[in-house]
Design a protein around this ligand. Structure first.
Ligand SMILES: *Cc1c(COP(=O)(O)O)cnc(C)c1O
Length: 371
C-alpha cells in the first residue's frame, strides 16, 4: 500500500453529538437499565416502521431466539430458512432443539426461493424464517400461503419496503432487527423485535428479563427466561440514531448509486439487483459477485494491498464445519446459494463514504479484474 493512501474500511458508523448527549444524560440520570429510554426507543422504532409494538433486546440473535419461541417453535420441530445468511438465523432454531431446514435461494434476489421453501416443508415444520438478506425484502406473500408462522430476519433490512408499500418490520409478523456497528443504525450491540400482537410483546418482554411478569417483583418468576435486556445507554444511542435514520439511508443509497455507475461494464461482474416488483431495498452492504474465472480470496488480498478492506460475504451456512458435522451437509445441496456464496464479496460501504473513495474502490477492483 502506498503511504499516501488511507485505508478504506468496509464499514463505518455515523455517531455525533446527539449520541454523546444521549449517553451522558443516561449516565447522569442513574437509570442505566430498565429505565425510560427502553420504551422510548421501542415506541419510536415501532412507529417508524408502522408496527403495533416492539421489544428491545440485547442482539439480533437474541431477538430471533425469542421470536421463534413466541411463535411456538419447540424441541423436535423444523424451521425452514435460508442457507445464505448470517449463521445466527439458523443457530436460533438449534437453541430450541428445533432443526433448521434449508431451502435454496433465488439467484437474482438472493432471498429464500418460495418454491424451494415449499418443497422443504414437512409435517414437523412449525415456522418459516425468511431472511431479508442485504436489505432485500423476501417474498413473504408466497411464503405465507402455507399458513405457518413467519419470523422475519430483518437484521439487514431497516428502510426496506414490501411491494404493498409496507415498511419491513410493519407486517404484523415478528420481525427482528440488529444494531451491531455495521448495521443501518447501531447501539454498539443490540436488537429489537417488531410485532403486531401486544400479547407477544408481553411474552418477549418477560423472557428477555429472566421470565419475570411485569407485575411481579424480582423474588418470583413465572416462566423460563434469559438475560436479553438492552440497556438504557444503548437505547439512548438508538434514539439518536433513529433521529438521523433518513440521512443514514440516503447516504447509503447515494453510495450504492455511485458504485453502480463506477462498476458498470465490468465483464461478468454481478451487482446487487435493482429495485423491482414494487420492492425497495434498504441498503446495508454493497455485495458483488465476482466472475467465475476469478479467485475470490486473491481479489480480496489484492484489494487489501492497495488499502481497501473487503470480505467474503456471506459463506453458505450449511457448509460451515459445525453444520457439516452435525447434519452431514455437503456441497451440491443448494447449488444457487453455494455458487453465489463462493463468488461474493462485500465492498466498503457506509453512509459517509465519499465519491472519491467509491472511485478508488471501483478503479482498483476494475484493474484487478481486467488486469
Ligand atoms: C447482523 C445479523 C444478525 C444478528 O445480529 P447480532 O446483533 O449480531 O446478533 C442476524 N441475521 C442477519 C442476517 C444479520 O445480518
Amino acid at each position: 500500500m502506498s503511504v499516501d493512501q488511507d485505508i478504506v474500511p468496509v464499514a463505518q458508523p455515523v455517531l455525533g453529538p446527539e449520541e454523546e448527549a444521549g449517553v451522558l444524560e443516561v449516565l447522569r440520570s442513574g437509570y442505566l437499565s430498565l429505565g425510560p429510554r427502553v420504551p422510548a426507543f421501542e415506541e419510536a422504532f415501532a412507529s417508524r416502521v408502522g408496527a403495533t409494538c416492539a421489544s428491545a433486546v440485547s442482539s439480533g440473535t437474541a431477538g430471533l431466539h425469542l421470536a421463534l419461541r413466541a411463535v411456538g417453535v419447540k424441541d423436535g420441530d423444523e424451521v425452514v430458512t435460508s442457507p445464505f445468511s448470517f449463521v445466527a438465523s439458523a443457530n436460533v432454531a438449534l437453541f430450541e432443539r428445533a432443526r433448521p431446514v434449508f431451502a435454496d435461494i433465488d439467484p437474482v434476489t438472493l432471498t429464500l426461493d418460495p418454491d424451494a421453501a415449499a418443497a422443504a416443508i414437512t409435517d414437523r415444520t412449525t415456522a418459516i424464517l425468511p431472511v431479508h438478506i442485504f436489505g432485500w425484502p423476501a417474498e413473504l406473500d408466497a411464503l405465507r400461503r402455507h399458513g405457518l408462522p413467519i419470523v422475519e430476519d430483518a437484521c439487514e433490512a431497516l428502510g426496506a419496503q414490501h411491494p404493498d408499500g409496507t415498511p419491513v418490520g410493519g407486517t404484523g409478523d415478528p420481525a427482528v432487527f440488529a444494531f451491531y456497528a455495521n448495521k443501518q443504525i447501531t447501539t454498539g450491540e443490540g436488537g429489537l423485535v417488531t410485532m403486531g400482537d401486544p400479547e407477544m410483546k408481553v411474552r418477549i418482554d418477560s423472557e428477555r428479563n429472566q421470565g419475570r411478569a411485569p407485575n411481579m417483583d424480582w423474588l418470583d418468576h413465572d416462566r423460563l427466561g434469559f438475560n436479553y435486556r438492552l440497556s438504557d445507554i444503548a437505547c439512548a444511542i438508538g434514539l439518536a440514531q433513529l433521529g438521523r435514520l433518513d440521512d443514514l439511508l440516503a447516504g447509503r443509497a447515494r453510495v450504492a448509486a455511485r458504485y453502480r455507475e463506477a462498476l458498470a461494464g465490468i465483464d461478468d461482474l454481478t451487482l446487487p439487483c435493482e429495485d423491482h416488483g414494487g420492492r425497495r431495498r434498504g441498503w446495508f452492504v454493497f455485495v458483488v459477485q465476482l466472475p467465475r474465472r476469478v479467485d475470490r480470496d486473491e481479489t480480496i488480498r489484492a484489494l487489501r494491498d492497495v488499502g481497501i478492506q473487503s470480505k467474503p460475504y456471506l459463506p453458505a451456512i450449511h457448509l460451515m464445519s459445525f453444520y457439516r458435522e452435525r447434519f452431514g451437509h455437503r456441497e451440491g445441496e443448494f447449488p444457487v446459494c453455494e455458487d453465489v456464496a463462493a463468488r461474493s464479496i462485500a465492498l466498503p460501504f457506509f453512509p459517509r463514504m465519499t465519491d472519491g473513495q467509491v472511485e478508488r474502490v471501483a478503479t482498483s477492483l476494475r484493474a484487478i479484474l481486467e488486469g
